[in-house]
Ligand binder design. Sequence first.
Ligand SMILES: Nc1ncnc2c1ncn2[C@@H]1O[C@H](COP(=O)(O)OP(=O)(O)OP(=O)(O)O)[C@@H](O)[C@H]1O
Ligand SMILES: [Mg+2]
Length: 527
Amino acid sequence: MKEFWTSVASVLGVLAFCQSLLQVIYPPELRFAALKFLNKLFHYLSAYCYFDITEIDGVNTNELYNAVQLYLSSFVSATGSRLSLTRALNSSATTFGLSNNDTIADTFRGVTVNWEHVVTQRQSQSFSWRPLPDEKRGFTLRIKKRDKEVILDSYLDHIMEKANEIRRKNQERLLYTNARGGGSLDSRGHPWESVPFKHPSTFETLAMDPERKRAIMDDLRDFTRGQSFYQRTGRAWKRGYLLHGPPGTGKSSMIAAMANYLGYDIYDLELTEVHSNSELRKLLMKTSSKSIIVIEDIDCSVNLSNRWKAGGNGPCRSSYDPAGSADLRGGDADGGGANNTITLSGLLNFTDGLWSCCGSERIFVFTTNHVEKLDRALLRSGRMDMHIFMSYCTFASLKILLKNYLGWDCEGGCGDEAAAVMLRELEEVTEKAEMTPADVSEVLIKSRSDRRRAVRELLEVLRAKAERNSKYDVVVGGGVEDEEQEKRAVESHEGVKKQIGDFMETEASKYCQKGQQPEERDDLADE
Ligand SMILES: Nc1ncnc2c1ncn2[C@@H]1O[C@H](COP(=O)(O)OP(=O)(O)OP(=O)(O)O)[C@@H](O)[C@H]1O
Ligand SMILES: [Mg+2]
């Protein structure tokens, strides 16, 4: 035994001697080249090849890293003995992950591959354009050289697909916002902040004409299945929807329903927080595929018309100048305009320029209450492919609200003669009343515990509104011949409006009386 240790010690001594000899004889460059050569030799002789998937890929977050993390989390919990557990802020789901520098094997089409989670400390940097996380994270995939050609591409596709499936199944979709503003980034270089998206609106709960609803759902479905179509026709895989209509007609609810239907994340872009076109572009680059990018109230967010005027370009000119060349003329290299602000051209490029197709399978949704205020260039096909008018409550949409709020399914039969009469009356007045689904919902919410009373109250409000509108039509549509007559007509209309307003206020206060006990729930069908 003693002899053994003596020989080990002498071998180590010889190695140490050789190393110091190498250091003395060879300059550092030569040593570096030798190491490189040895490394190459090792890889050449090795039966494996290795692929690094880092969390941050240059400036972008690597989507593949997130997908691998999610994919591995689906089976790591069953096999691993030491796992990392994470739960995102405000999230309800716990994610299992590989511990730092831990490994796990996976089998795909009979081929076994190996994953290692590599975490290293980032070297402290004296200067950086943006703050970087303290740790460098990544996965290393080890795969046999002979299997690489056969499975690599399909394995990675499989991972992406599985990750999306898991994301959808978890219902853990995210709502992102850039409301932090000022182009500020978090420690991982993200300009977006996120919270779990839990809006309950679905196409089923959305009150609108069923045929139009079906058309929108079909369009969305065709879009998600259309990868090869978009590829074949040379189009970027994206689609734009413009939702317009009066306030309270369900534009935001429609966006939530779209996200829930497709299982997409939402990026709610607050344009007033974006200070330049380049900032807008960076935000776009940081959005992921399978997402809906939303700009609400586009006519209010930024005064685009003023911006083209500032660039010396009138509204008409701009309509025929979709490239917004005037903005570029008047602005900096960024197209940011003299004040380095976002411009119409920046917004047009955002939705339809070359940058709009970094990433794929993205939906742009703009909402507005005043479609007439928007520039035609913004509305053209290719930017906003489908224009959806969210209208006042129609009888078809009213029936959906009655079902949602009161559980009264009028499609399945009215129940009895009294209910049938009420339904006919509702049908007669609904469209004349021009009430938004939001207003109708309010009336129904107040008396939802008593179905019969709720319908009666709704009917009264609808009738009052319809009457007011018909009087208004007489006044405005009746044809006024001179100014005096018009003045009288407007005064009389104002009087009518006041009377109806008073009536509705009294009615509304009746419904809201404090301490009012809800009557026992009555079922119209049972009457
Ligand atoms: N079509 C609808 N179907 C079901 N509920 C609706 C509909 N429209 C409005 N509502 C109800 O009214 C509320 C307000 O609707 P929503 O925020 O979607 O309107 P909007 O059109 O986005 O309004 P705004 O133009 O003011 O942003 C919602 O919370 C929802 O409960
Ligand atoms: Mg809205």
